[in-house]
Write a protein that binds this ligand. Sequence first.
Ligand SMILES: Cc1ncc(COP(=O)(O)O)c(C=O)c1O
Length: 344
Amino acid sequence: MPRPYVCHGAHYTGHGGGHSGLPGGEGAYLRGRHRPRKAYTFTLLFTTAVREVLYTSVLDLIGKTPLVRTRLSPKEGVTIYAKLEYLNPTGSLKDRIALKMIEDAEARGVLSRDKILVEGSSGNTGIAVAAIGRLKGYKVLIFAPRHAPVEKITLMKVLGAEVRLAESEAEAVRLARELASKDPRYFMLDQFRNPANVAAHYEATAREIWEDLGGRVDCVVVGIGTAGTIMGLARFFKEKKPDIRIVGVSGRGEEIDGLVDPKTGDVPLLEEELIDDLMYVSREDAIKMMIRLAREEGIMAGMSSGATCYAAIQLAREMEEGNIVAICGDSIMRYTSILKDFLA
Ligand SMILES: Cc1ncc(COP(=O)(O)O)c(C=O)c1O
């Protein structure tokens, strides 16, 4: 195992330098590796600007994802923006919560390096916990549903996690909980019950959207899995702008990878009163929209992003004017094995 990265403070939002432990501009010039010589000289002169582009660990790259204006809206006065969460280091929004939940448990003194992290995940959290857990010096065991795309299972293994397959995501979570409760060598972050999951999105994801649009956000469309993202965003935005429309998106059952149907699944973090609408999107519509996003917008987002953008287009039809933000949770690269059936 390589030496673990030790993080200081709550810099997980990726504001640069947070995990380096380097004071001020010290060492700033060390990382001009990919920069041309001229830019290198420039960085020495302007060290405050430099700190934004210098990173000593990928943990510093978590969050601060771009918000991109799309051409998806069918209405002239309505704009649909896509928040590209797949640009997080391991390729999904789950980097935010994996780091937050691990650091929160460490800070509370309930997690020590001798533990094995165990989680039940449809894949993205498993990948994030495997990568970030390993960087921090933990061994990782993930229970994942048998139906998870092969890309996700392979990546977890590449990252050194042990992967055990379960019949469904719900079953994967149950097995992880059972192991953690019986065997003290294991520690479960438990994304489905952990308030740090919501906090990660309240403190960072929501604020980023708010700041990028200068508060001019009218509707936010979010996939529901653990409900951590939608709850974090809903709490933040309802405080700032009570008339904002918060829309949750899911498929029936577990038909859209990463999303859980809150009517049939167990989603304890979800507070339904904070959500204005729940929209269902079929797996087929989500996949077709994923392909359209890639082809028409160059947005290489995944299946749940197909679902949120599909729902955003329906919502745009109902609005006179305003800005809609659709969360694009992961990357199309996670689904290449299933896409061949949809290519005409
Ligand atoms: C790609 C993707 N988008 C969205 C979500 C939903 O996020 P949350 O678990 O915060 O509800 C998930 C959950 O796993 C996901 O994998």
